[in-house]
Design a protein around this ligand. Structure first.
Ligand SMILES: [Zn+2]
Ligand SMILES: [Zn+2]
Length: 348
């Protein structure tokens, strides 16, 4: 099948409209029309070669929402008309301990197939959500609850699961104080999810420009990291800190904000190695950890959680021709809080 898409040809290139080929769904695969695709900062890092060389032409997008239009002859989980989503990966071995326990993103055989810039089981490069449709193995698709519009569902597939997984693992809930460093694409989901879990949430940004938004998202406090006095007042306060920023992070400073036995979770994937005095962990039994998206069961769980609690990403819907501009605005922290591409604009 030929479908329209937006691709980039080089790290310093620009997105242009193109056509890509999707395979007809095999017996256990489905094909769905993509309605919306979120723009994740990872798309930008990959497209611009900042995480190493990418395979071009590249069609990014791993926050994908749409409606099933074809199902293979042996598909049992889905039918035409179902509202579905795909996140960061589209396949894995399905048999190793990690896959069997719902951590397909950590397939022990190294067979996790990423939604783009990877190689699919047909041997072809995978292409992501900046396209009109995608063919996927049925086990790597999640159901989008009726309560969530498709455009708002898309960012939950990466930004939502990335923040939900560690908040759940480390016990965010009533009686717990959570800080979210960087209220952007990931952080604005972390604030909403932690608040919905019942935790008391503080947002921390470079300036106070996002304060009102963060409070509307459920935070009870918002502090500028550029204000040393305000930061000092937060020392020893938090049970859990989730940091979503990828550079300029002072781990020592953040660890001071934890209470004893507190947990600092990094989901921001820093570009450079970090400096840390381990004594800061030993004194107070503090935990420093990371978290990387989540498997299929937990991705379904976060979608259901968002539907149940009436929370969703704050988005700005754009057309295909706006992708280049949107990338610059994401890098410049000008997006409030996630760009979502309306792929119907590709056929205009
Ligand atoms: Zn992402
Ligand atoms: Zn596996």
């Amino acid at each position: 099948m030929e479908v329209s898409a937006y691709s980039i040809d080089a790290a310093d290139g620009r997105f242009e409209k193109t056509t890509i080929t999707r395979r007809e769904p095999g017996p256990t695969e489905i094909y769905f029309d993509i309605h919306y695709a979120g723009i994740c900062h990872s798309d930008i890092h990959t497209a611009r070669g900042e995480w190493g060389p990418a395979t071009y032409p590249l069609v990014p997008g791993h926050e994908i929402a749409g409606v099933v239009t074809k199902v293979g002859s042996e598909v049992t989980k889905w039918k035409v008309g179902d509202r579905v989503g795909v996140g960061c990966f589209v396949d894995s071995c399905g048999e190793c301990d990690e896959c069997a326990s719902g951590w397909e993103n950590f397939c022990l055989r190294g067979e996790t197939v990423w939604t783009y810039n990877s190689q699919g089981r047909d041997g072809l490069p995978t292409a992501g959500g900046y396209s009109r449709g995608i063919t996927v193995e049925q086990d790597y698709v999640v159901r989008i609850p009726d309560e969530i519009p498709l455009d708002k569902a898309a960012p939950i597939l990466c930004a939502g699961i990335t923040t939900y997984s560690p908040l759940k693992r480390w016990g965010a809930g009533p009686g717990k104080k959570v800080a979210v460093i960087g209220v952007g694409g990931l952080g604005h989901m972390a604030v909403q999810i932690a608040a919905a879990m019942g935790a008391e949430v503080t947002g921390i940004g470079r300036t106070l420009s996002k304060r009102d938004d963060a409070l509307a998202m459920g935070a009870t406090d918002y502090v500028a990291s550029s204000d040393p006095e305000a930061m000092k007042a937060l020392r020893g306060k938090f049970d859990i800190i989730v940091t979503t920023v990828s550079d300029g992070l002072d781990l020592g400073l953040l660890l001071k904000l934890l209470r004893n036995r507190g947990v600092l979770v990094d989901v921001g994937l820093p570009e450079h190695p970090s400096q840390l005095n381990v004594a800061q962990l030993i004194n107070g039994n503090k935990v420093l950890t990371g978290s990387n998206i989540g498997g299929i069961p937990e991705t379904q769980e976060v979608l259901d959680f968002c539907a149940e609690h009436g929370i969703a990403p704050w988005i700005e819907v754009i057309g295909g021709e706006d992708i280049n501009d949107a990338y610059d605005k994401v890098v410049g922290s000008k997006v409030r809080y996630r760009y979502v591409i309306d792929t119907s604009t590709f056929d205009a």
